[in-house]
Design a protein around this ligand. Structure first.
Ligand code: C5P
Length: 312
């Protein structure tokens, strides 16, 4: 049990996010279509004298490195599932942070998924099968199980119950992540509830979109564009009105569709080809509100080991 283990893990967007009523545990019942995209964090773990987490990359300064870091919480939670009598060394975790932080792309959850997969390998916890890893993941956060899977998948319950969706081919995305706009997920759900109450709207049980499933099965980007939907979008725009402008500029520049990702504020634009993605990202950089612009392809694979180097 020594060496360095590294795991690559993608961010996600939601192609459909249908938010139902609030449950007794305070979570909202969801039906969502997760879609992993090719923006990756890298989580590297190695044995150490004490637990620690270190973050590099463009968003490093926005990631906590104390006990609240979700990758650290994930590693410690997994360590508690060791076989009786086995002593495990603490780990040092290094995160190369490329997924926007507090952006609705589940970057923190991605790091947790990456830490689980990397630490299982590092510690040689062969008894931790995928089912158990998923159970631990669900306890860490609603999006963590999906990031173990990747691809395109329906999320139900509070998002933690994941069923893969058959989706052929690739979708090209341009992502806009506003600087310093980060939104807290609970605040966006609360705003959604507030708007619904204010408008006296009935909240129905969440439903997966049959039209979107058909579009994904056929991998018909125009039909996918038509059926992108996010119940949290209005709340995210209400809290960050600049998102309305971002969406308008992207659509004016020729995106097939634009949608706020999850609880936002990242905005995902769907385009037809890689060339169109380049054109749109150049146009957005020149004409859109200030933000980071990333190009990505989906579906991307979930958390995967990329390196295992045994030390002497
Ligand atoms: O599960 P996770 O820790 O990612 O959730 C963060 C917060 O988002 C929750 O505390 C809750 O306020 C909100 N949430 C929700 N319903 C969900 C998922 C998240 O209300 N299905």
């Amino acid at each position: 049990m020594s060496g360095v283990v590294s795991c690559r893990v993608p961010g996600k967007i939601n192609l459909d996010l249908s938010v139902g009523p609030v449950r007794e545990d305070g979570y909202h019942e969801l039906s969502t279509v997760f879609h992993a995209v090719s923006v990756y964090d890298r989580v590297t773990v190695q044995l150490a004298d004490r637990w620690s987490v270190h973050v590099s990359g463009p968003y490093a300064d926005r990631v906590p490195t104390d006990d609240t870091n979700l990758a650290l919480v994930a590693a410690r939670t997994l360590a508690r599932r060791r076989p009786r009598g086995l002593r495990l060394s603490p780990v040092r975790i290094d995160i190369d942070k490329q997924i926007p932080v507090a952006g609705g792309m589940a970057g923190g959850s991605a790091d947790a998924a990456g830490a689980l997969v990397a630490c299982r390998e590092l510690w040689g916890l062969d008894h931790v099968e995928n089912d158990l890893l998923e159970e631990i993941a669900a306890g860490l956060g609603s999006d963590v199980p999906f990031l173990l899977h990747g691809g395109t998948a329906i999320g139900s319950g509070r998002g933690e119950q994941v069923t893969p969706v058959l989706a052929r081919g690739e979708l090209h995305w341009v992502l806009w992540a506003g600087e310093g706009l980060g939104l807290s997920t609970p605040a966006v759900y609360a705003e959604c509830d507030r708007l619904r109450a204010e408008q006296g709207r009935r909240v129905d049980p969440p439903q997966p979109s049959g039209e979107l499933m058909t579009a994904l099965r056929r991998m018909d980007p125009e039909a996918v564009a038509e059926h992108l939907h996010n119940d949290l979008q209005e709340a995210a725009v209400s809290l960050r009105p600049i998102l309305a402008e971002v969406l308008e500029v992207g659509l004016d520049l020729g995106a097939r569709a634009g949608i706020v990702s999850g609880s936002g504020p990242t905005v995902a634009f769907l385009v037809g080809t890689q060339a169109q993605a380049i054109d749109l990202s150049v146009g957005l950089a020149a004409n859109g509100p200030k933000g980071d612009i990333l190009r990505a392809v989906g579906p991307a694979a979930g958390a995967a080991l990329v390196q295992w180097r045994a030390s002497a």
